[in-house]
Design a protein around this ligand. Structure first.
Ligand code: PNS
Length: 417
């Protein structure tokens, strides 16, 4: 028996959803409509209300039932004994978003497949978010949703209008407003932005649009149709700025180094791990704009994302104000790393170890994966470094690359003893 899960926020269920569920019910023996939480959206209806509205509409569909997921969707799908998730696609923006969610779910559980159904022409632009927006301005939405949902929406807004009126009468509105202003102020101080950071650190900037672009990861772009660019072009720009600045700095500060030595040092100073390290030192991860999936899978602390954002910020500041702000930032994080290469992140132990080994033989080191532990989104790898099949050192890390470096470090330190 083929079971499929049809997940979504269904806040509220629309005619477009119902049409897709009806089509899905013809394809599978059983379809379970699962209401899940989309943390990027503010809910209008409670989960229980959404469930009741869906159930009323699906009563006559014999092979369709409604359920709720509290945690990760893949866990619910597994628990229901299904191996397919069905998602509706309306347009190319949906496609990009769905591709990302499907990838995230596949990372979480590769045995579950996502199957996409294209929405019918007539429902191609219909979304629960637009319906909530229409309803909040008092527009009648009965053309887009089943009758019970239209009624429930009307009731919701009537209720909130009544509460508003009665609170005016009792003078409560003033205190509610005061509380709202206070909490907005608290939120403002709590939610420091990159602009606050730049001001505090006296870094000149003018182009807020470029800064925002530098903070935008592609996963955020996919979920926010109003956003036009992610940070990849600025990263390209920043990479060149970073190379030039670092080259000049090494040239001035290290007159005794050869061209080859400067090249090695520069690649250590601007490698992904080093850039992520600078980003963390500046506390920039908090300002990254990420999509929901990326956020959930730990993107905010991932080296690649932090490094890309670091370069993109340099690119944005350079285009905006020239070399001055770039220099202010790099003087703070990169210059100390030149004079103090003890910083673990900046030392390429693999290269060092290879140099030691090659000093008395032409042999090459091998790296072997020994073990992988932990959940898919927070794995821990253990690698060994071997020479002629003999283990020289072992190391652990949250990526294979990092575990290799740690294994090389262990071997290097053993040899130095
Ligand atoms: O109708 P929507 O808002 O597009 O549905 C999105 C939903 C609720 C299916 C998605 O946000 C989701 O799967 N939420 C549950 C949490 C989860 O499993 N996240 C991992 C995938 S990013």
């Amino acid at each position: 028996m083929r079971k499929a899960v049809f997940p979504g926020s269904f806040d509220p269920v629309t005619l477009g959803h119902l049409h897709l569920i009806e089509r899905a019910a013809r394809l599978y023996d059983e379809v379970i409509v699962v209401i899940a939480v989309n943390s990027a959206k503010n809910a209008l209806f409670s989960i229980e209300e959404r469930k009741a509205l869906l159930m009323e509409n699906l009563r006559s569909a014999a092979n369709v039932r409604v359920d709720v997921a509290e945690g990760l969707l893949v866990d619910k799908v597994r628990q229901l004994g299904a191996d397919v998730m069905l998602r509706g696609v309306r347009d190319v923006q949906d496609f990009a978003y769905e591709k990302q969610i499907a990838w995230a779910n596949h990372e979480l559980d590769a045995s579950i497949e996502t199957v996409c159904l294209f929405a019918n022409e007539g429902y191609g632009s219909l979304s629960s978010s637009i319906i909530r927006e229409f309803a909040s301005y008092g527009k009648d939405v009965s053309r887009y949703v089943p009758a019970n949902v239209a009624r429930a929406i009307r009731k919701k807004y009537e209720k909130s209008e009544k509460t508003k009126e009665s609170s005016i009468k009792t003078g409560k509105e003033k205190s509610i407003r005061m509380a709202q202003t206070a909490s907005a102020a608290v939120e403002k101080t709590m939610k420091k932005t990159m602009f606050d950071w730049l001001k505090e650190n006296r870094i000149p900037y003018g182009r807020k649009d470029l800064i925002n672009e530098a903070l935008t990861h592609s996963s955020y772009l996919n979920e926010h149709k109003e956003v036009l660019h992610d940070n990849e072009r600025l990263e390209f720009m920043g990479d060149a700025v970073l190379q030039l600045w670092t080259t000049e700095k090494l040239f001035q500060l290290e007159p005794l180094l050869s061209e080859g030595q400067m090249t090695t040092l520069r690649s250590q100073l601007v490698c992904e791990a080093a850039l992520a390290h600078y980003s963390r030192e500046l506390g920039w991860g908090a300002y990254l704009l990420l999509g929901v999936g990326e956020e959930r899978t730990g993107g905010r602390d991932r080296d690649s994302l932090l490094a890309d954002m670091f370069e993109a910020m340099l690119g944005a500041l350079y285009l905006d104000q020239g070399m001055k702000p770039v220099s202010m930032i790099l003087e703070r994080v990169l210059t100390p790393a030149i004079s103090e290469p003890k910083n673990e992140v900046l030392i390429d132990y693999k290269t060092k170890l290879q140099e030691v080994v090659q000093a008395d033989s032409r042999k090459t080191l091998q790296y072997e994966l020994l073990n992988t532990q932990g959940p898919t989104n927070h794995p821990e790898f253990e690698m060994a470094v071997l020479l002629d099949g003999i283990v020289l050192g072992k190391g652990k890390g949250n990526s294979k690359k990092r575990a290799e470096q740690m294994a090389a470090k262990a071997a290097f330190e053993k040899m130095a003893r």
